[in-house]
Design a protein around this ligand. Sequence first.
Ligand SMILES: NC(=O)c1ccc[n+]([C@@H]2O[C@H](COP(=O)([O-])OP(=O)(O)OC[C@H]3O[C@@H](n4cnc5c(N)ncnc54)[C@H](OP(=O)(O)O)[C@@H]3O)[C@@H](O)[C@H]2O)c1
Length: 334
Amino acid sequence: MTPPADATADPLADRRFMAAAIALSERGRGLSTPNPNVGCLIVCEGRVVGRGWTQKGGRPHAEAQALEQAMDRARGATAYVTLEPCFHLSPRGPRCADLIVRAGIRRVVIALRDPDPRTDGQGAAWLRDHGVAAEMGLLEAEARAAMAGFVLRQTLGRPAVTLKLGLSLDGRIALPDGSSRWITGPDARAHAHLERARHDAILAGGGTLRADAPRLDVRLPGLESHSPRRILLSGEAAPQGWERIERPEDIAALERVDHLLVEGGAGAAAAFLRAGLVDRLLLYRAPILIGEGLAALGDIGLADLADAHGRWTLTDERRLGVDRLEVYVAARNA
Ligand SMILES: NC(=O)c1ccc[n+]([C@@H]2O[C@H](COP(=O)([O-])OP(=O)(O)OC[C@H]3O[C@@H](n4cnc5c(N)ncnc54)[C@H](OP(=O)(O)O)[C@@H]3O)[C@@H](O)[C@H]2O)c1
């Protein structure tokens, strides 16, 4: 039987399907370690016949899940994958490059080449050697952002760090007596909880622990089990249920943490910025003025105003109830 001719490239459709695969990959963020949060879509004659994203704990891989859904409809179809299909052998499951060949996929569109040296180009080469058209680089920057933790683990040996701050219009995070509940409203807090669910671990400084005794869990219906591990930045012992690091640089040694959310306070936030360890900023800005109070950041080591410019790129902004969210990424990652 002749397989359906799905190998005809339509650049607009390719972009649309890859964007959908990247959106799927976001579902595994904060859950998929030690594996990358990959997304995969299988499309036959313009119709989606399989969808997958890396599952909790890293298996099944996105491709395996999508192929299982697609069954026979994978024959002759196109697969959109946010990361080059893996080529390394693992006792935990098959290699995806091989699965794709055996399923009869005709064309594979890949966003990002796998920086893991065990695959790094070999997955795509295996596909081509077996008659599968493989293209790399579509929406690469977007895929890189969605899998930032995995990419930074591979390239810099540390997790991707997001710093979250709940601010007044005048840049305060607490009253002079330290009280900060609540600066933002329920919609912004719900969004912040969703962000927690998408991180492997969440960190607060010793000052915040002493002032607020925060639970740092996810209180969204259905997502309670997605509460991340809790990390304390402190010279003092951590309470039960928390892990502790003494310096921001120690995050490199946190096993199975690819995405870390730093929730303050001012001292911890400044320490991470000073160390050059913040990749993404989430600023939830409430329409209130506090005046005298605790500034959002302590000393970040800035000596010259010129050095402050060009460091952050706005990538998203939206209203959340009465509040406003601004998302910035470090210019080096943009
Ligand atoms: N609005 C918001 O988004 C928000 C979020 C969180 C907190 N807050 C507020 O922020 C206030 C707490 O902020 P804070 O600045 O006092 O405390 P903090 O940032 O929570 O913690 C500072 C502590 O971090 C530890 N640390 C370890 N290494 C450090 C380093 N290199 N640099 C700085 N600190 C280091 C030290 O802990 P040890 O002293 O234990 O060694 C230090 O005392 C509270 O009032 C809280 O309500 C607001």
